[in-house]
Design a protein around this ligand. Structure first.
Ligand SMILES: Nc1nc2c(ncn2[C@@H]2O[C@H](COP(=O)(O)OP(=O)(O)OP(=O)(O)O)[C@@H](O)[C@H]2O)c(=O)[nH]1
Length: 523
């Protein structure tokens, strides 16, 4: 039972230990994971913020570059405009005009060509080597724009394919007016799309990153690295035009590109001078992959740390299990040893036949009681009991029956009302003793009387008894060591109790006598 309890306790301890270690492990893992995820998230947010800044700066610089390109073009065209308008009165000298145009074109690498069409759209002068026959440009968007807008403003149109060379060009037009502001034709400069293509090619960008030059009305002038089919694409429904450009000229953010449906991190800028917008976009997915590659070491370290924690937890659990196992074994061994000791002790101090304390236990206990009584200045009493005519009982009923009788007598004596400190012992043969620490002679007499009465009460037939009752009876002698007595020894007490017993025998047996009664009869 004791062993079972120890095992149950060890089991409970083990499970509570496992729970604690597991809980601590989970908390630790969650903390490491939480911190790692939070750090990675912060790092990714920083990367996105930096990319947005880079994209915005790129868009701003490209908007400025486009502005410069078109400003140079405008300045050249204004010069031409003054020249043409001054010739309107005297008559246009196409040869000289074309020559001037060629010189200007030579100075500006972005220029594909310079043209002057009269009010009907007929070619008058051009930087090209010759004026093509039968070509009329009055159907072009820029021509109609300038014809219908008397304001002297430069106009950038959507990309067209040159009718003279087949190249993709951005038309930049100015109205030619007479002194009365009457429409006298259109001055056109065509800017090469290839100029931007080459320029944008200088920038180191990923294959899925984009750099887009657009008109403010949302049509694409050039988009790197998209094919030419994207030129002229209408982006008016894009997030850029629907949301971002409302109320601001520059900014950044993440959205899905209207060009190809890919998520990107964008920066954008609108030109202050011309209706131009530039957007630079970094492919979010590619950026994430690149960022992840840079974090492989950190993530590996975190994973290694986690693995170490888990391994440590498992190790600690194993150690705890082993230690508890050993502890349990030790507890079992200790319990077995205690049980063996207890059994040995009992055997050493118990009488084999009656189970009462044996002579050895009696002697030791009596000594202890006398010592304690000395210390506390208390009396000690002893009752010596002897079965009457027991030899006759043995002779009549046999030794085995004699043993049974001894057992019944022992049981009866042991069953009388005693205090926890009283000890009933088999003194030897058919003799019993009751040690009564702290008890005076009166108490001892009452205990002895109770014992005699208890055996009488057993009503054990003893046909050969010389007493009239023909039943097994006891004679008892009581003695007490009072506090006044100087010589307080076990031997003395035993001798006095023996004398009292002798006195009881002499008086006819089946009775109780004290040592005083012995002294009275023998003095
Ligand atoms: N059956 C049995 N008999 C025992 C045991 N120990 C002692 N005896 C017997 O107890 C008897 C004691 O006899 P005696 O000392 O002559 O005294 P008694 O016959 O009881 O007579 P009184 O004491 O004078 O009344 C002896 O015959 C012993 O053999 C025992 O363990 N078992």
């Amino acid at each position: 039972m004791k062993q079972k309890n120890a095992r149950e306790q060890a089991g409970l301890l083990y499970h509570s230990l496992i729970r604690s270690i597991t809980f601590a492990g989970i908390v630790l893992i969650a903390a490491v994971l939480g911190i790692s995820i939070w750090t990675l998230r912060q790092d990714w947010n920083d990367t996105v913020r930096q990319s947005e800044e880079t994209a915005t700066n790129l868009a701003l610089s490209q908007a400025r570059q486009a502005e410069d390109t078109f400003l140079q073009t405008e300045l050249a065209m204004r010069e031409m405009q003054r020249d043409v308008e001054s010739q309107l009165v005297t008559g246009i000298n196409s040869r000289n005009l074309s020559q001037t145009m060629r010189e200007l074109q030579g100075r500006l690498p972005q220029l594909h060509g310079l043209f002057y069409y009269d009010a009907q759209g007929k070619w008058i002068a051009t930087s090209a080597s010759q004026i093509p026959a039968d070509i009329n440009n009055s159907d072009r968007e820029y021509f109609r724009f300038q014809r219908d807008n008397p304001r002297n403003s430069i106009h950038l149109g959507p990309v067209i394919r040159s009718r003279s060379t087949g190249d993709l060009v951005i038309p930049v037009s100015l109205r030619i007016s007479d002194a009365l502001r009457g429409f006298q034709g259109v001055l056109l400069a065509t800017v090469k799309v290839d100029y931007f293509r080459h320029f944008y090619a200088y920038y180191e960008m990923g294959p899925k990153d984009v750099l887009v030059l657009m008109l403010a009305d949302s049509s694409v002038l050039y988009a790197r690295p998209m094919p030419d089919s994207f030129i002229g694409k209408d982006l008016s429904s894009s997030h850029l035009f629907q949301q971002m450009l409302q109320g601001t000229n520059r900014g950044s953010g993440q959205w899905t590109s209207a060009l190809d449906g890919k998520p990107r991190i964008f920066g954008f800028a609108r030109s202050d001078r011309y209706p131009l917008v530039v957007a630079a976009g970094y492919d979010t997915h590619s950026l994430f992959i690149k960022w992840m590659k840079g974090r492989v070491q950190d993530v590996s370290l975190s994973l290694a740390l986690l693995s170490a924690i888990v391994a440590m937890g498992v190790f600690v659990l194993r150690q705890a299990r082993h230690s508890l196992h050993y502890q349990l074994e030790l507890t079992n061994l200790r319990d077995e040893l205690s049980a063996a000791n207890y059994a040995l002790n009992r055997l050493a101090h118990a009488d084999a036949l009656t189970g009462l304390a044996n002579r050895r236990a009696f002697d030791r206990y009596l000594e202890e009681c006398i010592l304690a009584a000395d210390t506390h200045n208390e009396p000690v009493s002893l009752v010596m009991i002897d079965i009457d005519y027991f030899k006759r009982y043995n002779d009549t009923y046999g030794h085995v029956a004699g043993d049974e009788c001894l057992k019944r007598v022992a049981l009866a004596i042991n069953a009388i009302s005693l205090r926890g400190t009283d000890l009933v012992a088999r003194y030897g043969g058919e003799e019993f003793a009751i040690v009564l620490p702290g008890a005076d002679i009166e108490h001892a007499m009452s205990v002895a009387a109770a014992a005699v009465q208890a055996v009488r009460g057993q009503d054990i037939i003893h046909d050969s008894s010389l007493l009239a009752s023909q039943r097994v009876t006891l004679s008892a002698g009581c003695a007490s060591l009072n506090t006044e007595r100087e010589n307080r020894s076990a031997q003395l007490l035993i001798r006095q109790a023996d004398m009292a017993l002798y006195s009881a025998k002499q008086a006819g047996r089946n009775q109780v006598k004290s040592d005083e009664s012995y002294l009275n009869t023998h003095s």
